[in-house]
Every structure is written in structure tokens, then in C-alpha cells.
Ligand binder design. Structure first.
Ligand code: SF4
Ligand code: MG
Length: 308
């Protein structure tokens, strides 16, 4: 098909194209990918995860951070492959433990911008406890959760965010478990910055990720995506493009949502996109550092055990 279009326009396939060997120099996004990795990625063509990767790179770029000031930590799953392709400090860990490793890293190197990159199953099932406790501590980590409502890599099992009645390989007659609302959960557990957008809206993701990384405490960005290969196929939701379009049609900005009447808001089933929650609260490594300083000072004071 591509050749037909090109020949109809009387264009050479390479005309106007940047030579492959110059791709990395031509794009800020590509410059921050690992040049020693094989591309294309392992992701299915049309998957939304690559959109989120582009947003994350642009967000880091927009903050003027050096690559060595940033650490990306991931567990297991399609989304967790993201740091493998990115030219920052990276840590590829075990399933569900991205936030546990990220917590240790942040405590050891509090000056670093630590970003935990997780899918919905990774963050909220296997890693669910780490998620709520990292939020409770308000540790200065950005949790980026790519929510495609399914375990993609392992074959389409239902996850903690699979909507009611939708099918999965482990819910062939429809899911009967209510999904976790990721952003509500993060805000209730103590996150101090919470935002959500979709892979149809990458410029919003760029902005929210930059704000999340700039926030001193625990930040959560939910990037709503899709998995056309497993979830889409079993639920007959069409192609990747159809699922991308559905994110446009089934989402609403927070400012538009806020203008709805109370009844309309109550009946809303669309994904609300925007900054959903912020709060000022002491960040964990700062509090911990103060404690270490105090205990260290006390340790060098002479101790008095009573008597003369
Ligand atoms: Fe994306 Fe699903 Fe393919 Fe994983 S299995 S790369 S989530 S489309
Ligand atoms: Mg998933």
C-alpha cells in the first residue's frame, strides 16, 4: 500500500526522508534513546506505550535535566520495557517492585529525579502495597502508570483496572471485580500531585509529567492507553486506531467536567483528564534527613546516665 501511494504521487521512497543514519541527530526524542538497542521495540505496532515514552523524554528535556540526573526504575510487563530503550540511569527490576527499588534509590540519592514506570498490573496488583505506602510517605518519586486495563505481555489476563463486564483471558464471561480508580487511590493514600491524560493527548502528558517530576513529593501520572492485541481483540474493540479514537471520544478535560452540573458529573462515565489533586506535605527523604542529622548530633553529645 505504501508503495502504491508513493508511486501515485511520483515520489521516490527515500525522497524527503532523513537518512536512517542521521535519525538520532535529527530528533531530541531519538537522541535520548539508547543507540545500542535494537529497534523497533518489542511493542506491537500501534501500541500506545511508545507515545508515553516520547512524552516522558520531552518532559525531562523541558526541565533541562541532564540524563545522569534522572533514574528510571521499572518492573515487569510491556510498559516496564520502556527504560530499556532510554538513555538515562535505568533499573529493570522484579515484577511489582519498581517502587520498592525506587524508594531505596531515592533515599540513597535524594538529589536524583527518580521515576518509576509501571503498567496497571505491575503498579496495583503485585505492587499495590508499594504503591499506597510510597504515596503515604510522600517520597519524591514520580509514579508513571500506563493503564491499559489488562496484563498485555502475559496474554491478556484481567488486571485491577479492567472495567466491569469487560472480557479478559481470565474473565471470559466478563469481569465481575470493580476496578481501582488509580488517581483516587493515589490521592487518598497521600500523593501530593496527581494527574491523568491519555495517549491520544500526548502534549497533556508532556505537561503533567514535567509538573510531576518537578513536584518535591510523591507524584502520580496515569497515562490511559490501550492494548489492541489482547484486550481489544477479546472485547472486539477494533484496531489500535479505533481504540486511540475511543480515548478521544470517551474523555473530557477537567475544566469541562467542572462546568457540568452535579447530576451530569454524577452520571459521567468519561475519563477525566487534568491535574486532579495537589497538596503540600513534607517530602519523605527531607524528613528522614532531618532525623539522621538530629540522631547524629545526639550521638556525639556526652551521655548522662544519672548520678554524679
Ligand atoms: Fe502493547 Fe498490548 Fe502489545 Fe503489550 S501486548 S505491546 S500492551 S499492544
Ligand atoms: Mg496493563
Amino acid at each position: 500500500m505504501a508503495e502504491e501511494i508513493l508511486s501515485a504521487q511520483d515520489l521516490d521512497a527515500n525522497e524527503g526522508q532523513i537518512p536512517r543514519e542521521d535519525w538520532f541527530e535529527a530528533s531530541a526524542t531519538l537522541q535520548n534513546l539508547r543507540k545500542n538497542k535494537k529497534f523497533p521495540t518489542i511493542w506491537c505496532s500501534g501500541c500506545g506505550i511508545g507515545v508515553v515514552m516520547g512524552s516522558l523524554i520531552r518532559a525531562i528535556e523541558s526541565l533541562g535535566l541532564e540524563n545522569d540526573q534522572v533514574a528510571l526504575v521499572a518492573g515487569i510487563g510491556c510498559t516496564a520495557r520502556m527504560p530499556v530503550y532510554m538513555d538515562y540511569n535505568t533499573l529493570h527490576t522484579t515484577h511489582g517492585r519498581a517502587l520498592a527499588f525506587a524508594t531505596g534509590l531515592k533515599i540513597a540519592r535524594p538529589e536524583m529525579k527518580v521515576i518509576a514506570i509501571m503498567g496497571d498490573g505491575d503498579a496495583l496488583a503485585i505492587g499495590g502495597n508499594h504503591f499506597i505506602h510510597a504515596a503515604r510517605r510522600n517520597i519524591g518519586i514520580t509514579a508513571l502508570v500506563v493503564n491499559n486495563a489488562i496484563y498485555g505481555m502475559t496474554g491478556g489476563q484481567h488486571s485491577p483496572t479492567t472495567p466491569l463486564d469487560m472480557r479478559a483471558t481470565t474473565a471470559p464471561y466478563g469481569n465481575v471485580e470493580p476496578p481501582f480508580p488509580i488517581c483516587d487511590l493515589g490521592a487518598a493514600a497521600g500523593a501530593t500531585y496527581v494527574a491523568r491524560s491519555t495517549v491520544y493527548h500526548p502534549l497533556e502528558l508532556d505537561k503533567y509529567l514535567a509538573q510531576a517530576i518537578s513536584n518535591e513529593g510523591f507524584s502520580l501520572v496515569e497515562a490511559v492507553s490501550y492494548c489492541h492485541t489482547t484486550f481489544g481483540r477479546i472485547n472486539k474493540l477494533g484496531t489500535a486506531a479505533d481504540m486511540m479514537r475511543a480515548l478521544k471520544e470517551n474523555s473530557i478535560s477537567k475544566s469541562a467536567y467542572d462546568r457540568l452540573g452535579a447530576d451530569e458529573r454524577g452520571a459521567n462515565t468519561k475519563i477525566v483528564r487534568g491535574v486532579l489533586h495537589t497538596k503540600n506535605r513534607p517530602e519523605y527523604t527531607k524528613v528522614y534527613g532531618t532525623l539522621v542529622d538530629r540522631v547524629s548530633d545526639e550521638a556525639i553529645q556526652p551521655r548522662h546516665y544519672g548520678g554524679n
